[in-house]
Design a protein around this ligand. Sequence first.
Ligand code: HEM
Length: 409
Amino acid sequence: MSTTDAIAHPNQPDLDPFLAWLRHGRGASPVHPDENQPTWQLFGHADIHRVLSDPATFSSDMSKFIPPQSDFALFSRGNFVRMDPPMHRKLRDLVSQVFTPRVVSGLAPRIAAITGELLDGVGGAGRFDLVGALAYPLPVIVIAELLGIPVADRESFRRWADALLSREDTGALPDAATMNRMAPTLREMNEYLLAHIRQRRVRPTDDLIGKLVCAELDGHRLEDEEIVGFVGLLLIAGHITTTALVGNAILCLDENPAAAAELRADPAGIPAAIEEVLRYRPPFPRLARRTTTEVELGGKRIPADQILMLWLASANRDPAQFEDPDRFNIHRKPNPHLSFGYSIHFCLGAPLARLEAKIALEILLDRYRSIAVARDERGEFFNPFTMISAKRLPVDVEAARALRRAASA
Ligand code: HEM
């Protein structure tokens, strides 16, 4: 987007400085700019792909860099995204069956019903906040129902996710001040989840928490404290990213009206368009890994125990991998973006996120003849260095059905 476009569309998040930084980094990768943390920034698709493919050399376990803190320790026990094999595989296997594309497809009618109800709530035409009305509540209702926690508590979930994801420090990992700021939120979330887990011990249920309470690992039941981080990971990862995806899809289509018109005419193109949204605006712009041994990357020797910041948002726009990478192209094929990660930690919820976004877009495009991001009311956005997502996105819609009625009158 040019500077002129940015002025003409004041409600678009200005990704330009962030994208310029990534572009510059791709020329210099890997670099070591951080005085305080042993951090290397990686920008190229091939380097990042290699790191994600080799969990023995590039560990997900960052615990040695994180100051000891009891709330974080409790949350970390079952949080398998930060674990290496073999424990990672054991915990992931406990829930992987629930999230396969086949099982997840059974949720389609419920996802469509929730989407319909949420949009009924905002009426047929006019202005509403797309995030507050749909992009946030849809995935949070779905994941809360899967886990078996009350949907009515969703404002708390949102507050927790906001506090855990809105970082002010710029380092690879949270510094002590950030951890102190996050600790009360984590404590509240841990206690909330523990109470639900303990209830299941007394009264078994058929939901995901109920299943985890009965699950066995190496012949032992999981401890309540192990389930906390496990469920916390699913709760936070299971909604905030899909919220980002739905908002990002509307932003991309607003910037590319020809693509929007094409999808309206032929919704079969929506899944490929969603992959392009994921490439173009990845909800998580970066991931972290730790070197377990000295290694050569991009022509530089990197010692053991260094943090690697993997800029997925840069890999997704690497011209060595993608033709015309700054163009939003819903026909891009293949589209090997890294927005869901790669290899053993590949996003467990990808089939669910894809299905929710597909159904949401299908219904939005069917229900409204036009969806325009508001030009005269500002939205709110996360800092793109930590999350590429709208927090609030005012849109103006025109109802398709009302227009059809008016046309036939
Ligand atoms: C657009 C939506 C989503 C995006 C962009 C996304 C992104 C990611 C990424 C990049 C990873 C890899 C982390 C790493 O390698 O360190 C990941 C892992 C994970 N995601 Fe997602 N995610 C999304 C939706 C979901 C949903 C809906 C769920 C839950 C139902 C979920 C649950 C998980 C879990 C449990 C992991 C850890 C997998 C493992 O370590 O084996 N995600 N996600």
